[in-house]
Design a protein around this ligand. Structure first.
Ligand SMILES: [Zn+2]
Length: 393
């Protein structure tokens, strides 16, 4: 059975449903509609889409209630990646002199989606703006404009439209605007403009008080200025914003405490953090801190006890690495070390909490589902390390 035929089956179902809906509301026109409609459907099933479209265009002109068939056809073409065909349908509709005004915005939106799918952002932008001229409150048009500006990294334009939506959906739009300000803060950081960096990071926190990224920008700035006490205060405040994200700043936190000469205080803080959040993976960091302040034996004793409560490949590997000198030449330990190192390759450091995308690089914007702030450090569940089974089957 050819592939196009499989694609046509759901199309036929949609069309039959639309047909019965339309004919039920227009009993008088039923006989004319039905013969023409089935003729069109027949052309579709025979893969003669041009002829089918001619019939549907005639039908829509005599009864605009059949416009849903065009929208359904356009959506299916778009889903199959046939943007040219979807564009042809929607352009054909917009060019009809008899088009009732009430359908104009909807067709412009559909055409906008076609252009987005084809990667023609400037044309899509023009259409979504046109929708806003017709209907200034259209959320769909404003959301799509934001996505276009986000794609083009035009953060000022994105903020401009998003600020307008913020009043209506603060919970959804606030974190997005915060990331746009963080993008501006990042740009200021690259230019060495610390005043703008601070200004934008504070604006980000104003829109989303839990914006970890803005806190990290401010903490990094304090650290670069040598104000380690302030930097520690800011890094540690991430625990209240989003405890899992504190893993992102552990190395910077270590550096600050070392600069302050307060390794003991750091050890107490990390142990407290681990007690408050059992799912955070801190055992190797705590072992390293212990190793530096109290020596290797103290670190090994801590790890031996800890991996019983929270078994992890990383912990076992670190424990074995402490024993490296003694086990040199021992074949069994060598094989064990190789096996654990190989298993560790499957360990995923970050995962998107929205779509499940896993990666070993941290992103603020998920490259898979385009959500901000959803890619987070992997969580260690008691008894298991974070192992990505999706690729290994
Ligand atoms: Zn995602």
């Amino acid at each position: 059975m050819p592939v196009w035929f499989l694609a046509i089956i759901p199309l036929a179902v949609v069309f039959l449903w639309l047909f019965f809906r339309v004919t039920q509301s227009h009993k008088r026109q039923q006989s004319t509609l039905s013969s023409e409609y089935f003729k069109g459907l027949n052309y579709l099933l025979n893969d003669e889409q041009g002829k089918a479209l001619d019939i549907f265009v005639k039908l829509v002109e005599s009864n605009w209630d059949t416009i849903d068939t065009h929208f359904a056809l356009g959506k299916i073409y778009r889903k199959n990646g046939e943007m040219d065909k979807a564009i042809k349908i929607h352009q054909g509709l917009i060019a009809r002199p008899s088009l009732p005004e009430r359908y104009r915005s909807k067709i412009l939106l559909e055409l906008g989606y076609d252009y987005l799918g084809a990667g023609w952002f400037d044309r899509a932008e023009g259409l979504f703006k046109e929708v806003l001229i017709e209907d200034a409150r259209s959320k769909e048009a404003r959301h799509n404009l934001i996505l276009i500006y986000q794609q083009e990294k035009d953060w000022y334009k994105a903020i401009d439209i998003a600020e307008d939506l913020y009043k209506e959906e603060p919970g959804v739009i606030g974190p997005m605007i915060a990331h746009y300000y963080c993008e501006l803060a990042d740009m200021a950081k690259t230019k060495g403009d610390t005043a703008q960096l601070e200004n934008n990071a504070h604006k980000a926190l104003k829109h989303d008080s839990n914006c970890v990224r803005a806190t990290i920008l401010l903490a990094d700035l304090a650290k670069s200025r040598g104000d380690y006490a302030r930097a520690v205060e800011l890094y540690e405040s991430i625990e209240k914003q989003d405890a899992e994200s504190i893993i992102l700043v552990i190395d910077a936190l270590l550096e600050c405490y070392q600069q302050l000469g307060q390794e003991d205080k750091l050890h107490d803080y990390l142990v407290g953090l681990q007690q408050r959040h059992a799912n955070l993976f801190l055992q190797n960091v705590i072992a390293s801190v212990l190793e530096q302040s109290k020596g290797e034996k103290a670190a090994m004793a801590y790890l031996s006890e800890r991996i019983r409560q929270q078994p992890s490949l990383e912990g076992v590997l670190k424990l074995i690495s402490y024993k490296a000198q003694e086990i040199e030449g021992d074949e069994v330990f060598k094989d064990l070390l190789t096996a654990i190192t190989l298993l560790q390759k499957d360990v995923v450091e970050y995962r998107c909490q929205k779509c499940g995308f896993s990666t070993n690089t941290h992103y603020w914007l998920c490259p898979s589902c385009n959500h901000w702030g959803t890619v987070k450090p992997g969580i260690v569940h008691l008894g298991h390390g974070v192992i990505d089974k999706s690729e290994t089957g």
